[in-house]
Design a binder for this molecule. Structure first.
Ligand SMILES: CC(C)(COP(=O)(O)OP(=O)(O)OC[C@H]1O[C@@H](n2cnc3c(N)ncnc32)[C@H](O)[C@@H]1OP(=O)(O)O)[C@@H](O)C(=O)NCCC(=O)NCCS
Length: 402
C-alpha cells in the first residue's frame, strides 16, 4: 500500500499502540492504573506502528526473552505480542508490512527466533511461523482423583502471600532455568507487567510453592470460580504451574488435589508428556479438555537457531529449507550430532521453514510431517535419521503467556 508508513514508535506513542491492539482484541482503552504497569513491558525501540495519512492504525511489539532448546541451552528469542490492526483497516496488507519490519527488527536486535502465542491459528503460517510447542488443558475431579501410593510424595508445599511472591516467584522461575525445551525466559519487565500489576490490583491469585531437599523448586498459581448451584465448592483455575523435578511436580499435584471444597481442578497448560492420569488410582479422574498449540516459532536467523540446540545420535541429514518470507534462511543444511552447517551437498529432505519450526524442538516428528505432506522425501533413509537427530527426551512446553 502506497500510503502506509511503518516505523519504530517513540515511548510517548506506546499507549496509543496498546489501545489499538487492545481494540483489535475487543478490549477497552487501558486505564491509567493499568498503564502504570503495562508501559514497563515495552522496551524503547521494540514497538512498531503502521500509519495511514499520519494516523496510527496498526502495531506490534517485541519482548526480550530466550527459548530453551534440547541440550539445556537457550537461544535469544523475541516474544511478539500486542499485534493488531484497526478494524477499519484490516485486509489491506498492513499486518504483512508490519511482519516484514518486525522480523527485520528482530534480526537486527540479534534474536534468532520470534515466538508468538497466537489469537487464531490461520494467521501466522503464511509468515513462516509453525507450532513449536503444544500443551494440554486438563480437568480433574478431585473427589475421584486419589493419588497412587507409589507416586513420589514430594516435599513441603506452602502458601505465600502476594508481597512475598513479588520477589520469590521471579527468583524461583529463574532458578528452574531452561528445564525443558520450549520454556522461555521471563524478564523483570514481564514480571512487573504481568504479575506485580495483579498483586497491586488486589486480585492476586493464590500462590503455592514446593520445597524439596535443595529448597524451592516449583510453584502453582490458581484462582477460584464459583457456580451458583455448586454450594460451597469452587472450581480451581490453575493459571501457572512450573516445576522441573518429578518429585516437585507430583508434590504440587498432590497439593492441588487435596484442597478442600473443590469440585473441579482445571489446569490450562501442562506438558503433553506429563502422565497425570497414571498418578491416579482412577485413570479417568483426569480428562484432557483440549490439546493446544502453545508457542509458535519463526526462525529469523536459521543457522544460529539450528546451531543452538543439541542433536541426538543419528547419521547426518541434509535438509533443503525453503523460506518465502525471509529468503535469507533458505538453503541446504547438513545436520549431524555435532551440529548444523550450510552445505552444497544434495538435499535428502525438503522442508519449509514453517514445517521445520514444528520439528525444531521435537514437537512433530519428520515422519509425521511426511505423512501430512509437510515435507518432500528425496532419500527415504533420511526420515528416521532426522527423527533420531531432532527427537527430544521431554515434550517441548512453554507455559508462559505474553
Ligand atoms: C490478524 C490481523 C493482525 C491481520 O491484519 P491484516 O492487516 O488484516 O492482515 P493482512 O491484510 O496483512 O493479511 C495478510 C493475509 O492474512 C490473511 N488474514 C489476516 N487475518 C486473518 C485471520 N484472522 N484469519 C485468516 N486469515 C487472515 C489475509 O486474508 C491475507 O491473506 P492473503 O495474503 O492470502 O491475501 C488483524 O486482522 C487483527 O488485528 N485481528 C484482531 C487481533 C488479532 O487477532 N491479532 C493477532 C494477535 S496474535
Amino acid at each position: 500500500m502506497a500510503d502506509i508508513d511503518v516505523r519504530i514508535l517513540e515511548n510517548a506513542e506506546h499507549r496509543s499502540a496498546h489501545d489499538i491492539a487492545g481494540a483489535a482484541h475487543h478490549n477497552p482503552p487501558v486505564s491509567d492504573a493499568a498503564w502504570a504497569y503495562l508501559r514497563d513491558l515495552r522496551e524503547p525501540g521494540l514497538t512498531l506502528g503502521a500509519f495511514r495519512s499520519g494516523t496510527l492504525v496498526a502495531t506490534t511489539h517485541l519482548l526480550r526473552s530466550h527459548l530453551a532448546v534440547p541440550g539445556g541451552s537457550a537461544v535469544p528469542m523475541a516474544a511478539a505480542t500486542g499485534s493488531g490492526v484497526r478494524a477499519d483497516h484490516t485486509r489491506m496488507g498492513i499486518f504483512t508490512r508490519l511482519k516484514r519490519e518486525q522480523l527485520a527488527l528482530a534480526a537486527q536486535q540479534g534474536f534468532a527466533i520470534v515466538g508468538n502465542i497466537v489469537s487464531e491459528a490461520t494467521i501466522y503460517g503464511r509468515f513462516g511461523h509453525g507450532v513449536g510447542t503444544m500443551s494440554r488443558a486438563l480437568r480433574l475431579d478431585p473427589r475421584q482423583a486419589r493419588m497412587r501410593p507409589e507416586v513420589p510424595s514430594g516435599g513441603d508445599v506452602r502458601l505465600i502471600d502476594p508481597e512475598t511472591s513479588l520477589t520469590l516467584l521471579p527468583r524461583l522461575y529463574e532458578r528452574l532455568g531452561p528445564y525443558r525445551p520450549g520454556v522461555i525466559g521471563r524478564s523483570g519487565l514481564w514480571w512487573r507487567a504481568k504479575w506485580e500489576r495483579l498483586v497491586r490490583s488486589g486480585k492476586c491469585p493464590v500462590v503455592a510453592v514446593h520445597a524439596g531437599a535443595d529448597g524451592d523448586d516449583g510453584f502453582v498459581v490458581y484462582e477460584t470460580r464459583q457456580r451458583e448451584d455448586s454450594g460451597s465448592r469452587v472450581t480451581l483455575m490453575v493459571t501457572d504451574f512450573h516445576a522441573a523435578r518429578p518429585e516437585a511436580v507430583a508434590g504440587l499435584w498432590r497439593f492441588l488435589l487435596g484442597l478442600d471444597l473443590v469440585e473441579e481442578v482445571c489446569v490450562r497448560r501442562r506438558p503433553t508428556d506429563e502422565l497425570v492420569e497414571g498418578m491416579l488410582v482412577n485413570w479417568r479422574a483426569c480428562r484432557t479438555h483440549t490439546l493446544n498449540d502453545d508457542l509458535w516459532l519463526r526462525f529469523v536467523d536459521l543457522p544460529a537457531a539450528l546451531n543452538a540446540r543439541a542433536y541426538g545420535d543419528g547419521d547426518p541429514v541434509v535438509l533443503s529449507v525453503t523460506d518465502e518470507f525471509l529468503p535469507g534462511n533458505a538453503g541446504n543444511y547438513r545436520v549431524s550430532p555435532a551440529g548444523s552447517e550450510q552445505t552444497s551437498e544434495e538435499a535428502q529432505l525438503s522442508v519449509s521453514v514453517q514445517a521445520l519450526a514444528m520439528a525444531y524442538l521435537g514437537t512433530t516428528s519428520f515422519a509425521n510431517l511426511a505423512a501430512i505432506g509437510g515435507l518432500r522425501v528425496h532419500d527415504g533413509k533420511a526420515l528416521p535419521n532426522a527423527d533420531r537427530l531432532f527427537g527430544a527426551r521431554s515434550a517441548a512446553f512453554c507455559g508462559t503467556v505474553f
